[in-house]
Design a protein around this ligand. Structure first.
Ligand code: NAD
Length: 336
């Protein structure tokens, strides 16, 4: 399946096909110098498969984990590109999860004012979410994604066979991003995830439907001026949970999963909660004990004393509500 994404500049294709990794050179121009950026947790054979299809390729491996999205690593990667004599006509290929994708895209966006960037996401989260939309970034001074840009890939290749090596917990955490999109925008997708008896069999359909939701949103709002806020469903409180517990054990997707619960009607909450239970996403956290208000007050989505939240009254629909920041406490209490 090929999904085209229109961008302000022109557009790019997302190839979604099992086994596509072995045929990457049919979709991407690898007949040049290629820097493949990956991380130490991604099975090595994925980057090697791309190397074997390239004219001249070098693999650059980051340590796995969010800490790699650092300014120090960014400088080291740029040094590597200079040392390999990369020119404006060469390209960077990301092979990995959202960390690798965000990092590589940012490197590609700034090297020589921007060289071609291809993304091969290998986690569920990156396949349904971070590889589309053009947001690339690194972390700085303890703040996630604070240094970055909008930079569109030349192409994205999704081979769901790569998910076979992914830890189940990572897979399910990534699934929360699909649940998030389904809850606000596609009731049928929500029901598909609810009724799925074998996730592996339904993966490609879930990825495709999630990508279509995200594609439609980012095409209408490429620079996050309005509609794109819908993608933040679950994130206001989720980020607060993550800032407190992220490094201590909860994954981003799990925090988003928990963050959705206070932001919907009772009936939607019960169904989302059942879904989180089905995929072993923790949701018994005592939100009243999470010191999230400080975080939310500092959060970039807050303007003055007000904040825009995404609220789901009925599954498959959403509304953007501007509320006083202090009202979040009320939502949290109701969401428990
Ligand atoms: N740009 C965006 O729009 C956007 C959206 C959402 C999240 N993000 C970013 O994405 C990042 C999180 O991404 P993530 O959840 O993919 O985490 P990740 O990139 O850290 O990957 C999770 C782990 O899985 C390993 N891994 C990756 N692919 C694998 C595979 N196929 N088999 C086995 N192991 C594999 C990695 O080595 C890592 O240890 C965050 O930095 C977040 O800020 C960006």
């Amino acid at each position: 399946m090929v999904l085209h994404v229109n961008t302000i500049e022109s557009g790019y294709d997302i190839i979604l096909s099992r086994g596509a990794l072995d045929k990457a050179s049919c979709y991407f121009n690898l007949d040049r110098k290629v820097i493949i950026i990956t991380d130490s947790g991604v099975p090595k054979e994925y980057a090697r498969t791309i190397k074997d299809q390239s004219k001249e390729a070098y693999i650059y491996t980051l340590p796995q984990g969010e800490q790699s999205k650092s300014i120090d690593n960014y400088i080291k990667a740029l040094q590597f590109l200079v040392e390999q004599g990369m020119t404006r006509t060469d390209c960077v290929v990301a092979v990995g999860g959202g960390v690798v994708g965000d990092f590589s895209g940012f490197v590609a966006s700034t090297y020589m004012r921007g060289i071609d960037f291809y993304n091969i996401p290998t986690t569920f989260l990156s396949q349904v979410d971070s590889s589309i939309g053009g947001k690339v970034a690194i972390d700085f001074m303890g703040v996630k994604n604070i240094v970055g840009s909008f930079y569109q890939p030349k192409g994205v290749l999704i081979d769901s066979n790569t998910l076979k090596t992914l830890d189940k917990r990572q897979l399910h955490a990534g699934l929360c991003e699909s649940i998030k999109m389904a809850a606000t925008s596609d009731k049928e997708l929500f029901e598909l995830i609810e009724n799925s008896k074998d996730l592996d069999l339904d993966l490609d359909t879930i990825i495709e439907k999630s990508l279509i939701i995200k594609r439609d949103v980012v095409e209408k709002d490429p620079k996050e001026k309005g509609l794109r806020r819908v993608l933040n469903f679950g994130h206001t409180i989720g980020h607060g949970i993550e800032s407190k517990y992220g490094l201590k054990g909860y994954l981003h997707g799990e925090c988003v999963g928990m963050g959705m619960l206070p932001m919907c009607s009772e009936s939607a909450k019960q169904r989302i909660k059942a879904l989180l239970n089905k995929y072993q996403i923790p949701c018994d956290i005592d939100l009243s004990k999470v010191e999230i208000m400080d975080y939310i007050k500092k959060d970039k989505k807050a303007s003055g004393s007000q904040i825009t939240i995404v609220y789901v009254e009925e599954l498959g629909t959403f509304e953007l509500k501007k509320i006083d920041i202090d009202e979040i406490q009320e939502y949290i209490k109701r969401g428990l």
